[in-house]
Design a protein around this ligand. Structure first.
Ligand code: 5GP
Ligand code: ZN
Length: 115
């Protein structure tokens, strides 16, 4: 098995607080939330980062993005939320398995470009 922590979460080897799951996508709460609501949407299949996305991945990416407002609404984020995808070293990416952060639940949210 790969050493990727999010692959292990996707496979259920490492537990997570799940928000949503289907055949291709998992959403779970961030272990170090930056706001009252902070969850991550990941593809179950390993993709390193947004920089490695291929044409074949476009439908999957679309489904991941379209899930964000649905799950945000389920978690009570009625007045908006922030989506973030950190990519590569300069983007501040820490876990190299593509993920969309969804953050909300307070106003104002923490500074966006924190590192
Ligand atoms: P990045 O900086 O790569 O965009 O964000 C990685 C995020 O993954 C961080 O917000 C971090 O708190 C979260 N994270 C890292 N390891 C774990 C883990 O084992 N479980 C969960 N739920 N979140 C994690
Ligand atoms: Zn992975």
């Amino acid at each position: 098995m790969s050493d990727c922590i999010f692959c292990k979460i996707a496979q259920g080897v490492i537990p997570s607080a799940k928000v949503y799951e289907d055949d291709e996508i998992l959403a779970f709460k961030d272990i170090h939330p930056q706001a009252p609501v902070h969850f991550l949407i990941i593809p179950k299949r390993h993709i390193d980062s947004l920089a490695e996305v291929q044409a074949d991945d476009v439908p999957l990416l679309g489904r991941m993005l379209a899930l964000a407002p649905r799950l945000a609404a389920d978690l009570g984020l009625k007045e908006g939320f922030r989506t973030i995808i950190n990519t590569g070293r300069v983007g501040g990416q820490e876990v190299y398995h593509l993920h969309i952060h969804v953050v909300g639940g307070e106003f104002p949210l923490p500074a966006m470009l924190k590192h």
